[in-house]
Design a protein around this ligand. Structure first.
Ligand SMILES: Cc1cc2nc3c(=O)[nH]c(=O)nc-3n(C[C@H](O)[C@H](O)[C@H](O)COP(=O)(O)OP(=O)(O)OC[C@H]3O[C@@H](n4cnc5c(N)ncnc54)[C@H](O)[C@@H]3O)c2cc1C
Ligand code: SF4
Length: 509
């Protein structure tokens, strides 16, 4: 491995890890700087108390909200990033999500690329992340999706009964596409602690397992753990990034490479660019448009607990998805969003968030509930933004576009009531749920309205890319990871061809 790599990537999550995986396949030498270490495989991985009450894997870091009140963000700093604890849902954006779309609360802007541009890279991302699913059953599925690498997970009996009852109500529930290794020879034991937990047996195909480890095995990836990038340093003319400054156990150091990629997640990538302000870029690196940090989005999210009389003994509940109301409903012509099974709620999880709920009541509820994640699009608003207060991140966020979301949540609750789940408890996640953070360094075709071009290259500095959830111009209403991974593969192919002259790669669309 040469002392100066071809590409240095900051962050090893879905964006950075996937990008590194593809670049080494093209023969390039890559170094990743990752602020965290490896998440240990240990009994606590699957312990509700350790994960939800003690918050063992949440960083000690605090951010400030718009009022200046400190909170612990649910952001994860490990090799593999937040995907170490993700739910493994791997949905494509809908074809119309790439177009301008009118919502009840405003307009969701068009992307600079269409679904057709990303489709071949979605195919590659589904292969890399070993996605299990079924084509032809999602009523809003984009066109010409090829069969998934592995067949969908079956529902357990209670969820199968719910799916049938919802079909009787005229809905088209379908199996949720998932990145868990439940195929023959895969290590998944279908446990009760997947969504929101690390996988103790490494059977969840997160960015570490699917992308970083295989890239390390090629010998062309160097991974520096506990190496936190603190600043990007520009060349004298300000047109390129010359070096990345980072802190590690050995102290402060610098690394240089012909191409630098920031993949630190939407909030941290914006913060790093802002923190790198200098005389050549007084508003922050890549920020001549003034847009870095703005248009932060994270979805409108509500957990719905539908409680019936019978015990729900389902272990792995996240197999079901409903897109019937994605683009609207009878009497409501605006998009509403996606409904998907939530990892099975368990007693400790409920009482961790509701301190006045006695354990035995929480137990009774959790034993009888079918749990859902209701997710709708929030719209880009320049005032929703990441700013720095000293060196601390301040997340200024005000909810928007809630009409469709409320309608969707109430629709789901009334459907569940109709099929026998008499009590439906809604828990709105609010603006500080950062798990689906995106949009802070958005891509586009006009440098006055976007920070990056359609290949995530900075308009201001030609050797700088930002490849993570930051580039989303809209949040759509599906989970972000598959789209981040698909774009990372697309960017890697483009970078290998254009910046390094690698031949034989079919032209990135
Ligand atoms: C509990 C939970 C469940 C989720 N479930 C799903 C799901 O089912 N499906 C889905 O699509 N999405 C899900 N998500 C969201 C998904 O995990 C994220 O969208 C995705 O991981 C974002 O990828 P990223 O590359 O933008 O950032 P990340 O994956 O977070 O990676 C960023 C990396 O950068 C590192 N880093 C940050 N700052 C620095 C720095 N200064 N120097 C060096 N390294 C740095 C971090 O340690 C991290 O490794 C979930 C998230 C959470 C938290
Ligand atoms: S359900 Fe499978 S992939 Fe998920 S944590 Fe359990 S064993 Fe791992």
């Amino acid at each position: 491995m040469p002392s100066s790599p071809d590409v240095v990537i900051i962050g090893s999550g879905i964006g950075g890890g996937t990008l590194a995986n593809r670049l080494v396949q093209h023969g390039l030498n890559v170094t990743i700087l990752e602020r965290g270490g490896y998440l240990p495989q240990e009994p606590e991985n699957w312990d509700v108390h350790a994960v939800f009450v003690d918050q063992k894997y949440v960083p000690q870091e605090t951010w400030l909200d718009k009022e200046g009140t400190a909170f612990h963000p649910g952001n994860y700093y490990y090799v593999g990033g937040s995907s170490k604890l993700y739910g493994g849902t791997m949905l494509r954006l809908r074809e119309r999500d790439f177009e301008e779309l009118e919502h009840a609360g405003g307009v969701s802007p068009a992307w600079p690329i269409t679904y057709r541009h990303l489709a071949p890279y979605y195919d590659l991302a589904e292969k890399l992340y070993l996605v299990h699913g079924q084509v032809g059953v999602d009523p809003t599925e984009p066109p010409d999706v090829p069969p998934y690498p592995y067949r969908a997970l079956d529902h357990e009996p209670v969820i199968e009964r719910v799916a049938c009852a919802l079909q009787d109500q005229g809905l088209k529930p379908f199996p949720l596409p998932l990145a868990v290794q439940r195929h023959e020879g895969g290590a998944c034991v279908r446990c009760k602690t997947c969504d929101g937990f690390p996988c103790k047996v490494h059977a969840k195909t997160d960015a570490e397992i699917a992308a970083v480890r295989p890239a390390l095995a090629t010998g062309r990836l160097t991974l520096k753990i506990h190496a936190k990038a603190t600043r990007l340093i520009l060349t004298n003319d300000g047109r390129r990034v010359n070096a990345v400054e980072y802190e590690s156990e050995a102290g402060l150091a610098r690394i240089t490479a012909p191409v630098v990629v920031v993949s630190a997640s939407a909030v941290n990538s914006a913060a790093l660019l802002l923190r790198s302000a200098c005389d050549k870029a007084p508003r922050g690196v890549a920020n001549s448009s003034g847009l870095v940090g703005r248009n932060y989005m994270a979805h409108n999210n509500t957990a719905l607990m539908s409680i019936g009389w019978a015990i729900n003994d389902t272990k792995f509940q996240k197999t079901i998805c409903i897109n019937d109301f994605y683009f609207g409903d009878r009497g409501f012509k605006y998009p509403m969003g996606n409904i998907q099974g939530l990892g099975k709620l368990q007693t400790g999880m409920l009482t961790a968030k509701q301190k006045y709920l006695p354990n035995f009541v929480g137990d009774l509820m959790a034993q009888r509930s079918v749990d859902w994640w209701i997710m709708s699009e929030d719209l880009p608003d320049p005032e929703n933004r990441v700013i720095l207060q000293g060196d601390t991140i301040r997340l200024h966020y005000t909810e928007n576009n809630m009409a469709g979301h409320k309608r969707l949540t109430n629709r789901a609750a009334s459907l569940m009531k109709k099929i026998g789940f008499r009590v439906n408890i809604q828990k709105h996640m609010g603006g500080l749920s950062v798990s689906h953070q995106c949009g802070t360094v958005c891509f586009g075709s006009d440098p006055s309205k976007a920070v990056l071009n359609e290949f995530c290259r900075s308009f201001d500095h030609c050797n700088l890319f930002v490849v993570d959830a930051s580039f989303f111009p809209s949040s759509a209403a599906v989970n972000p990871a598959l789209t981040i991974a698909a774009q990372a593969i697309r960017v890697a192919d483009h970078m290998a061809r254009v910046d390094f002259g690698v031949t034989g790669i079919s032209s990135a669309r």
